[in-house]
Design a protein around this ligand. Structure first.
Ligand code: GLA
Ligand code: ZN
Length: 689
């Protein structure tokens, strides 16, 4: 019996391959040619209408759907599908002219002019009404259309609006959050600081460079509100679609680890997660290896898969070649398109899509990579790369819905990130929450051990290992769940700068790491900041449990801790805190909780997690030795395991399958023994479970 998720829309049990398609920017004579090229490129799904409002409603209340009818029909005639967008990402000029309230207001309280995109107020009743009207019409018109496959809501929600409507909505939101108790808010936000005590809700002003940016409780809750308001706008958008087309899944394209919105609040109302991935490959010339970039992208794919707790996601946008906004618009080197696309699939994507299908002729995206270049035909390197992955995907129907089984969970939490970034001290720069999370993730990636990336409020009970780098904020209930996790046999890893603030960004009293003090068995008395390049030595205790030898070194941040009930595994070597604990382990119940008190170099993390992985015999995608920069990731349906060998090492590599007998899904041949992976090379192997 196989065990898998259903296809995103059972109407199409294949990988979706295609991209943002803007026929409305082109004369209709080009459309027929688009269809010919689409078939040649092995594409089957196009995102249409993303920024088409001015074409769909050229003047208020006057609609023109005929062009879109034709596009939808063409797609259906060519056995392709539409990922149909709602157009709210950009609005027609007439709307802003007649109803200026739909335009966004900046933090300095100036109202934007019409233009650009993502330039709307999420609160404006007029904008909401206009969006509702157009969405309703789209749903009514295309509800029976054979091409309609998925709804693409707006485009890359982001930013915030500081208009009076949003300000009032924020006050209302705060009243609900603090049970109408202003004194409680004053206390939770520590408002006696700099005379910030409010005596009326009307005095609360969203953060602004003209006013307050130093009240952390205000900043944090504003960010929470911005997420809630945008998610509310999203829910408003999907209401008519859900009603009229209940069988059509809805999604909105997320932006990875975009700082402005907590995507966990969107996930429950998305039928499938989708995201836009634009890594900057090929930066060796400026000292950034592809391996490092690959870790960042894998981490983000895992986050997107985790947003719906393992359900496959969509790679909604990627570039077939270069972008137009990265500092240097590097072309994708041979192999990289295939490799990066398969990386997404390896981590749980059931689609490969692009921005953009046909390179636009004018305006700012005319030099952004596209499947079809200005030359207009299929005889290009990029087109061939796209067709190649298209052909590969056609052989992979059996991978659709296959699962990722992760023994490790890593906590990466938006609110925690906001609070860390807002903190003044102990270092202004290089607090690096995200990079730290990725560095703790990398040792698992190197070993082919799958990781889920979770918000701290998510259930992590079933994992073997729980890694929580810099868990600065600890929301209510989290420490208790961690205690339970360890008691039941889990291994928990925490680091310096954890358990510092509560859910309103006020410090815990009675000793850091606050509510984690019990489970970790330590007290952190102070934290030292080091200059760039400054180091403190780390010596492992002889005969330590982990069998680590060291020596290692500490950089940037060193916690000065007391081992209360924990055992000391390593100590600092230098400065006035030489001899003090730097790494501890605390056994509680059947499990263990480690505290890494210092920021370390990668070698330490690799040794440390390597030992934990070995001791627990954590399952790997494939039990083989991997050269550095080569990762292996797997998805399974319970009967077959689909294994992706991905070479990000910037040179040719060989991996030895040993006794493993596999089937190469691209060539259709058997694979065993030594496998050569060219530079940027990849292989998809099917093995029996
Ligand atoms: C974003 C947008 C697209 C396009 C691309 C360019 O992801 O959603 O419309 O502008 O960037 O990289
Ligand atoms: Zn507003």
């Amino acid at each position: 019996m196989t065990d898998r998720y259903p296809p995103i829309n059972p109407k199409c049990p294949h990988f979706l391959h295609g991209g943002d398609y803007n026929p409305d920017q082109w004369p209709s004579e080009v459309w027929q040619e688009d269809m010919r090229l689409m078939t040649l490129a092995h594409c089957n799904a196009m995102s249409v209408g993303i920024f088409s409002w001015a074409r769909l409603e050229p003047s208020e209340g006057q609609y023109d759907f005929e062009w879109l009818d034709r596009v939808m029909d063409l797609l259906a005639e060519n056995e392709a599908y539409a990922i149909l967008a709602t157009p709210s990402g950009a609005k027609p000029a007439w709307m802003a002219e007649k109803y200026p309230e739909v335009l966004r207001v900046r933090p300095d309280r100036t109202r934007n002019l019409w233009g650009g995109r993502h330039n709307h107020c999420p609160t404006s009743p007029v904008y909401r009404e206009k969006v509702h009207e157009i969405n309703l019409r789209l749903a009514e018109r295309y509800k029976e259309h054979p091409a309609l496959l998925i709804w693409h809501i707006s485009n890359e929600f982001g930013g915030d609006c500081h208009c009076d409507l949003c300000r009032d909505a924020f006050r209302y939101w705060l009243k609900a959050r603090y049970d109408n108790d202003l004194d409680r808010l004053n206390e939770k936000w520590w408002c006696a600081f700099w005379s910030h005590l409010y005596s009326d809700w009307s005095q609360i002003i969203p953060p602004s460079p003209l006013g307050d940016e130093r009240v952390h409780g205000l900043n944090l809750n504003w960010k929470r509100f911005v997420t809630d308001q945008m998610a509310d706008f999203y829910r408003h958008e999907i209401r008519p679609l859900r009603e009229i087309t209940p069988g059509v899944p809805v999604t909105t394209n997320l932006m990875g680890t975009y700082p402005g919105l907590n995507y966990w609040k969107f996930a429950p109302d998305m039928d499938v997660i989708s995201w836009d991935s634009y890594p900057s490959w090929h930066r060796e010339a400026v000292g950034i290896e592809d391996r490092q970039m690959a870790v960042n992208v894998s981490f983000t794919h895992d986050l997107n898969r985790s947003l719906k707790r393992g359900q496959p996601f969509m790679l909604m946008e990627s570039t077939p070649s270069m972008t137009n906004w990265q500092a240097v618009a590097k072309l994708k080197r041979p192999g990289m398109h295939q490799l990066a696309s398969l990386q997404a699939v390896a981590h749980g994507s059931d689609t490969i899509q692009y921005f953009q299908w046909r390179k636009s002729r004018g305006s700012s995206e005319k030099f952004h990579g596209a499947v079809v270049d200005h030359v207009g035909h299929e005889n290009t390197r990029v087109f061939r790369d796209v067709a190649r992955i298209g052909e590969t995907l056609e052989k992979m129907d059996c991978v659709i819905g296959a699962k990722t089984l992760a023994p490790v969970a890593l906590l990466y939490d938006w609110e925690n990130r906001w609070a860390i970034e807002d903190a003044k001290g102990p270092r202004v720069e290089k607090k690096d929450y995200q990079t730290t999370c990725e560095r703790h993730y990398a040792p698992f990636w190197e070993r082919g051990i799958a990781v889920d990336v979770l918000d701290m409020d998510e259930d992590f009970a079933g994992y073997r290992v729980l890694v929580a780098p810099m868990l600065y904020m600890v929301r209510p209930g989290v420490a208790e769940r961690i205690e339970e996790f360890v008691k039941n046999g889990g291994v928990f890893v925490a680091t310096y700068w954890s358990g510092i603030v509560d859910e309103d960004d006020s410090c815990f009293l009675n000793g850091f790491p606050g509510p984690l003090r019990g489970v970790l068995g330590i007290w952190s008395e102070e934290i030292d900041a080091l200059y760039d390049g400054e180091e403190n030595g780390i010596a492992m205790e002889k005969g330590n449990d982990l069998g680590l030898k060291g020596p290692y070194s500490a950089q940037i941040l060193c916690d000065l801790i007391h081992a209360e009930t924990a055992e000391v595994l390593a100590t600092y070597q230098d400065d006035f805190y030489a001899g003090r604990p730097a790494l501890t382990a605390h056994s509680a119940g059947k499990g263990k909780a480690y505290y890494v008190a210092f920021r370390s170099e990668d070698a330490f993390l690799d040794d440390f997690y390597g030992r934990i992985a070995d001791d627990l015999a954590l399952p790997r995608a494939l039990d083989i030795d991997l050269p550095e920069g080569v990762t292996v990731q797997a998805r399974t349906d319970g009967e077959s395991r689909y294994v992706f060998l991905l070479n990000f090492s910037a040179k040719e590599q060989t991996v030895d399958l040993g006794k493993i007998e596999a089937h190469d899904m691209e060539s259709g041949k058997n694979a065993s023994g030594k496998i050569r992976l060219e530079k940027n090379g990849s292989r998809i192997l099917k093995v029996n479970e």
